[in-house]
Design a protein around this ligand. Sequence first.
Ligand code: DER
Length: 234
Amino acid sequence: LSQDDLKKIAAYKAVEFVESGMVLGLGTGSTAKHAVDRIGELLRQGKLNNIVGIPTSIETRERAISLGIPLSDLDNHPTLDLAIDGADEVDPYLNLIKGRGGSLLREKMVEGACKKFVVIVDESKLVKYLGGSGLALPVEVVPFCWKFTANKLQKLFESSGCVAKLRNDRKGQPFVTDNGNYIVDLYVKKDIGDLQVASDAILRITGVIEHGMFLDMATTVIIAGELGITIKNK
Ligand code: DER
């Protein structure tokens, strides 16, 4: 099975939690895409109806529109029934790193408004501790004096060998989020310690909008692996 096959298996399993009449948070990324596609298919087949989708990115909004999924927003639906989204890393306590697709702010707003947040991953996303995959912890920052903010972030985790890098797009220009902000990626060499302490410290830096650690937010994680599906509940 390819990694994308596993993503699709996890996504389809998550959509089994969807009931007609639900208000759904629609995630962003290559795994969530399969869930959005599946919801569109079940709506078309009449197996699901009366669904309202709240997209977590412009990309997902456009995909949902093309699939005929009715959409709304948090202003009109401040509480959602269920969100389905991928993750970049999942630790043993179901804490997540998200945001390598750059949608972390809208994802965290939408997924923070849900009664249930179902995370869908292939087994490669499982880590012993956040930051453990050697991939980045994304932080959304205002473009104004981003270097000033990046240096403060780097200093915060210097004991973990942190390097802060501005995320660029394919053209080598600063990546700009759906909200018009920049992303600074934090690369750490070892465990950053207490995650809540780290989260609070990051958010205290003026110029930081939000970060990609989703702590104590997932209610269920569906993991698709070569040997089958594992479902972990909070
Ligand atoms: O960027 C994001 O937050 C995505 O949801 C990411 O966490 C998972 O993306 P993937 O499903 O393409 O690996």
